[in-house]
Design a binder for this molecule. Structure first.
Ligand code: PGA
Length: 247
């Protein structure tokens, strides 16, 4: 694992955007694994700028998103589809048909233990050649996508959101009661199968969980620890998110 600490969130985001643009320049039909939330916003803004300057084109790029809420429509302002359209897809030359979200792949549910699993999404990723570069944020509870503490499933599945996630995400809704309680989420293996992963964490409120992620043994109670031994993982932090390391 490589750890990169940048002074500011802008510099950390620019670093991650560079990883994506280098990939897209060298592989026009790259397969991107994309995330929503506050963390990747500046990364996407940087990529839009690079597109506007003519440095990169998304014409042949395919994108797979990590997760989507269940129970709100793709046109709802808080849906992740809407987020991606507004922050990236509508602003670049990507083909909308190449922008996939897991909630579009729910026709063939399988029951695996406690989980409803949607293998069609993982198969679509596989058939596209696999994800070349996956960006991840990390939740305050250590989740990646909506793999919540103690609720780990390998492949794309229905995830029940943790109370801390409901609280964290309530900032985007009128009240916590409006936050959807479930989502369709890529699983730990869906994510782990990416060829390269970049986990970005920004700000002081992520400092504790970043420390736990990097210093704990792998445990389902801190889902991000389960991908720390990925063969090509870069953890990118700003100084605030790195501030509790080595303490
Ligand atoms: P955030 O969310 O980027 O809004 O902090 C990260 C996450 O929950 O994975």
């Amino acid at each position: 694992m490589k750890i990169v600490v940048k002074k500011t969130k802008e510099e950390a985001s620019a670093y991650v955007a560079e990883l994506f643009s280098d990939l897209i320049k060298s592989k026009k039909n790259a397969v991107l694994g994309l995330a929503t939330g506050s963390t990747p916003l500046d990364v996407y803004a940087n990529l839009v700028q690079k597109y506007e300057k003519g440095e990169i084109s998304f014409k042949d790029v395919k994108a797979f998103n990590l997760d989507e809420y269940i129970g709100i429509s793709p046109t709802h302002e808080q849906s992740y589809k809407y987020f991606m359209n507004v922050n990236l897809f509508d602003k670049v030359d990507i083909n909308p048909e190449n922008c996939k979200i897991p909630s579009e792949f729910v026709d063939h549910p399988e029951q695996r233990g406690n989980f409803t699993v949607y293998k069609d999404y993982d198969e679509a990723i596989y058939l596209a050649g696999g994800i070349d570069l996956q960006i991840l944020g990390i939740g305050l509870d250590g989740h990646i996508a909506f793999n919540e503490p103690g609720e780990i499933s390998d492949y794309t599945h229905v995830a029940v959101l943790d109370q801390s996630t409901l609280e964290a995400n309530s900032r985007f809704f009128d009240s916590i009661d409006d936050v959807p309680k479930t989502a369709v989420s890529m699983g730990i293996k869906s994510i782990y199968n990416a060829k390269k992963i970049v986990l970005l964490a920004l700000g002081e409120n992520k400092a504790n969980i970043v420390k736990q992620m990097l210093e704990s043994a792998p445990t389902g109670q801190i889902p991000a620890t389960l991908i720390m031994d990925h063969i090509d993982l870069t953890v990118v932090l700003d100084e605030a998110a790195a501030s509790k390391l080595n303490q």
